[in-house]
Design a protein around this ligand. Structure first.
Ligand SMILES: CC(C)(COP(=O)(O)OP(=O)(O)OC[C@H]1O[C@@H](n2cnc3c(N)ncnc32)[C@H](O)[C@@H]1OP(=O)(O)O)[C@@H](O)C(=O)NCCC(=O)NCCS
Length: 192
């Protein structure tokens, strides 16, 4: 019996290898239009987490996505060929792209072949991905892009429209293109 979402406005289903824990909220199965993971569990979403319309899980055959408890994804585009982990309470704003794989080859000849394969309905060979880890309590500002291999440490903030090319330590604010650390956060301060 295919998984469906009782409130779904889209006429689709949730893939069998997606685990949605009790009390999480997946707004629509449209988010799985590009989901091709063949892993036993290709995506797991923790209790209390939410993914709203516009979130897209563009997950290749070997990809795995893990979303922690109470995390929130607002129209986030996830390109995953290896593994993308999103920690508990992470907050990911509008139009953020998390990509653990560039998909298209750097070599122009191979890139042409890739386009030909797509046009002919063949699955193009994808470069292996480099996992991304978004720590617990991280906040990523709108329009940002997190590139392959990046880890963002617990409690850190990424400023709006940043391109994060290297890992960000815990409790830091990173911003810009390429993102640079602009200040530290006191993990024990409760001020805004
Ligand atoms: C990153 C952010 C939180 C930093 O706030 P802040 O600590 O008050 O930072 P400040 O405004 O004091 O700026 C500090 C420096 O960083 C720079 N900076 C701040 N945000 C930046 C950004 N997004 N990109 C590039 N530079 C940025 C400032 O220009 C300033 O540089 P300067 O010292 O050379 O003058 C905030 O700028 C931001 O981007 N918020 C995004 C909010 C968001 O996406 N909300 C969506 C709702 S879920």
């Amino acid at each position: 019996m295919p998984q469906t979402l009782p409130w779904d406005w889209y006429d689709g289903t949730v893939p069998d290898n997606v685990v949605l824990e009790d009390t999480c909220y997946m707004e629509t199965s449209q988010s799985f239009q590009l989901f091709r993971s063949r892993r036993e569990i290709g995506l797991r979403m923790g209790a209390g987490a939410a993914a709203y319309t516009g979130a897209m899980f563009d997950v290749g055959p070997a990809g795995v996505v893990e979303i922690g408890r109470y995390a929130m994804l607002n129209s986030v585009w996830i390109v995953c060929d290896a593994k993308i982990e999103i920690g508990d309470y992470a907050l990911i704003s509008w139009n953020v792209v998390l990509m653990d794989s560039y998909r298209e080859p750097f070599d122009p000849v191979l890139r042409r072949r890739y386009r030909e394969d797509v046009a002919a309905g063949r699955s193009p060979a994808s470069a292996p991905g480099n996992p991304i880890r978004i720590g617990p309590n991280v906040w990523i500002g709108f329009d940002s892009c997190i590139l392959p291999g990046v880890t963002i440490g617990e409690g850190s903030i990424v400023g709006a429209r940043s391109v994060v090319t290297t890992s960000v330590p815990p409790y830091s604010v990173a911003a810009g293109n390429p993102a640079r650390i602009i200040r530290q956060i006191d993990p024990n301060s409760q001020s805004i």
